[in-house]
Design a protein around this ligand. Structure first.
Ligand code: MG
Length: 284
C-alpha cells in the first residue's frame, strides 16, 4: 500500500493512493490524521471514507513531526565511503575507508520538511550545503535486541529522505549533528510505502541536481543491510513504531567532486527510488 500525508481542505489527512489510478486518493477517517496513527494501528487500518483527486491536496512529509530523532547511517555504500574519507571533510578518517561497524548519527525531527518545499541554504551559518539521497526505513513495532533474522518483522515500510548536510559544520565540529540537523535539512517523501512494495535486493536509487545525474546505486550495494542496521541500533535501545532510519547515501555527493560542488540558490535536487517515489526540493 502507498500512503500520502496531505493537507486537504485545511486539515492534515492520511490518504491511500488507489492502485488503479494514483491520482485518486482515498482519505482515511479523520482520526487517522498522521501516518503514525496508521503504523500504530497495525493490521487494523480502516478503509478510506472519502475520495479526492491528487491535484486538490498539498503534499506533506509522510511523518511531518517524528516522535524522536531520525536515526541515520553514515558511509554505508562502499564508493561513497571512499569519497568521503578522501574528501578532507571526514575528521574521523582512518586508513581503512570502509567502516567495520555501522556509523550511526541522528537528525532532529525539527529538520523535516515536505516534498516540494523550498529549503533555505542558511548562508549565515554554512557555505557548503550538500545533498545525500537515501532510502529511509519506517519501524512498525517496538523492539529491542532484535536479531538479524527477525529484523524485517519490525519494518513497516519505506520513504525517501535527502540527508542534507552542511559540510563545513560537519568538519569543523568533529561531530555530525550540527551539520545535519539545521532547519529544513531533512526533506522527506512524497509517500510512504509498505514493506511489501520494496525489494531490498534490487531497488534503484538516483539523485539529480538540476537534471544532472549525480548519484546512482542499488540498495543491494549497502555495506550494512537493513536487517543488520536494525539489529545493531536496537542493541540495548528500544526502537519504537514510527522511528525512521535513513540507510545511507551512495557515491556522487558534492564533496565527491574536485573541486566540491555545493548547492547554490535555485538548485533543484530530485531523488528517485524505484517503487517508493520521487522527492524534489529547490534550495534558496
Ligand atoms: Mg547520510
Amino acid at each position: 500500500m502507498r500512503f500520502l500525508t496531505v493537507r486537504y481542505e485545511g486539515q492534515q489527512r492520511v490518504a491511500i493512493e488507489a492502485e488503479s489510478d494514483p491520482h485518486q486518493l482515498g482519505f482515511l477517517p479523520p482520526a487517522f490524521s498522521s501516518l503514525l496513527d496508521v503504523i500504530d494501528a497495525g493490521d487494523e487500518v480502516p478503509a478510506p471514507v472519502e475520495w479526492a483527486v491528487f491535484d486538490d491536496v498539498q503534499l506533506l512529509a509522510p511523518i511531518p513531526c517524528p516522535r524522536r530523532n531520525i536515526l541515520c547511517v553514515g558511509m554505508n555504500y562502499c564508493e561513497h565511503s571512499i569519497e568521503f574519507s578522501q574528501s578532507g571533510f571526514d575528521t574521523s578518517a582512518t586508513t581503512t575507508s570502509q567502516p567495520e561497524f555501522p556509523i550511526i548519527f541522528s537528525k532532529f525531527g525539527s529538520s523535516v520538511v515536505g516534498p516540494g518545499e523550498t529549503i533555505d541554504l542558511l548562508p549565515h551559518v554554512t557555505s557548503q550545503v550538500d545533498y545525500e539521497a537515501e532510502l529511509a526505513v519506517l519501524i512498525g513495532k517496538q523492539g529491542r535486541d532484535i536479531p538479524v533474522d527477525k529484523a524485517m518483522d519490525f519494518v513497516w515500510g519505506y520513504t525517501v529522505i535527502n540527508d542534507v548536510t552542511a559540510r563545513d559544520r560537519q568538519k569543523r565540529h568533529r561531530q555530525w549533528l550540527l551539520g545535519k540537523t539545521l532547519d529544513g535539512f531533512c526533506p522527506m517523501g512524497p509517500r510512504a510505502v509498505t514493506r511489501d512494495e520494496v525489494d531490498l535486493s534490487d531497488t534503484r536509487l538516483t539523485c539529480y541536481v538540476n537534471d544532472e545525474l549525480r548519484q546512482e546505486a542499488n540498495t543491494r550495494e549497502l555495506i550494512f543491510s537493513v536487517p543488520e542496521i536494525i539489529s545493531v541500533i536496537s542493541e540495548g535501545f528500544t526502537l519504537q513504531p514510527g522511528d525512521l532510519i535513513a540507510t545511507g547515501t551512495p557515491a556522487g555527493v558534492g564533496i565527491g567532486y574536485d573541486p566540491p560542488r555545493f548547492l547554490k540558490p535555485g538548485d533543484c535536487v530530485r531523488i528517485e527510488i524505484s517503487n517508493v517515489g520521487t522527492l524534489e526540493n529547490t534550495f534558496k
